[in-house]
Design a protein around this ligand. Sequence first.
Ligand code: NAP
Length: 305
Amino acid sequence: MADGWHVLGAGSLGTLWATRLARAGLPVRLILRDETRLSAYNAQAGLTLNEHGQRQTFAIPAQTVSADQPIQRLLVACKAYDAEGAVAAIAHRLTDKADVLLLQNGLGSQDAVAAMLPAARCIFVSSTEGAYRDEDWSAVFAGQGANWLGDAQRGAAPSWLDALQQAGIPHQWTADIRQRLWRKLALNCAINPLTVLHQCRNGELSAHAEEVTALCAELGALLRRAGQPGAAEGLLEQVQQVIAATAANYSSMYQDVAQGRRTEIRYLLGHACATATALDCPVPRLNQLRLRLIEHLSARGLPCD
Ligand code: NAP
C-alpha cells in the first residue's frame, strides 16, 4: 500500500474516484469518520458505482481516521467546510513526502489545509465531473467532465498521474490551478445564489439578465484586482452559455437548500466577498447577494457559513 490511495470521505466524489481506482486494480483504502460509519460500511458488500444505469460494487477496504497505516497519497473528498477538520485528524499519518489531493469546490479550504501541512505536497483539483449519492455507500456518475490538477507552487506534474490514466479518470495538469478555481468560483457566484433566491432552474435566469450581467461585471473587476485577469476574460459570455446549456438543471446550491443540506457559501460567494474586502474592491451587488442568501438560509434553519 506504499504507493496506494487513501480516500478520505466516501460521499459522491469520493465514491466516484475510489471505485474507478479500484476497478483499475489500484490499491485503495477508504477513511471513514468513525467506528459507527465503519460498521455501517462493513455491513455492506462494498462501495457501489452506478454508471450508465449499471451498478457495480467494489469491496474496497475501509478504516477510520485512527488506524495507524502511514499515508503516502491522500484524496480529500469531504465538503469544503469539513476538509480542514478531517485532514487535521489524520495529519500525523502522512509520510514526509505525502501528496494530498484536494477536491473541494470554491476557494479557502485548500489553503487552510495546505497551511496545516507544510511538509506535504498539496494538489488542488477543479472538477467538472458530476456525481450524487442515490443511497449510502453508492453514487451515480451523473455527468462526464474534466479534472484540472495543479499545485500552488506551479510545480511539475507528478508521475502518479499515470494511475489516473489507468483508471480512466479524465485529468489535465495545469500550471495555473488558481485561475481554474477562481473561474469556477465566479461562474458559481453568478448563477447558483440567484437560482436559490429566485427558486428556479438555471435556464430561468435568462429572465434576470440584468442582474446576471451586473454580477459578472463586479466579479470580473474582482478577478482582475485579485491578479486573475485570465479568469475574468469572457466571464459573462461563459455564464450565459452555462445558463443555456444547463437550462433544465437545478444548481448544486439550489439542490442543497431544497434538501435542507448545508451549502458551501463560505468558500464561494463568501470567499469572493471576503477577498473583495481585503483588496478594497467595491462589490455592492455581490455583498447584497450574499446578505440576501444568508437571510434565505437562516430563515430555513440552515448554516450561514
Ligand atoms: P458528499 O457527497 O457530501 O460527501 C462528503 C463525504 O465526506 C461524506 O461521505 C462524509 O461522510 C465525508 N466526511 C465528512 N467529514 C468527514 C470526516 N471528518 N472524516 C471522514 N469523512 C468525512 O460531498 P461531495 O458531493 O462528494 O462533494 C465533495 C466536494 O467535491 C465538495 O467540495 C463539492 O463541492 C465538490 N464537488 C462535488 C461534485 C459532485 O458532483 N458531487 C462535483 C464537483 C465538485 P458521511 O457519509 O459520514 O457524512
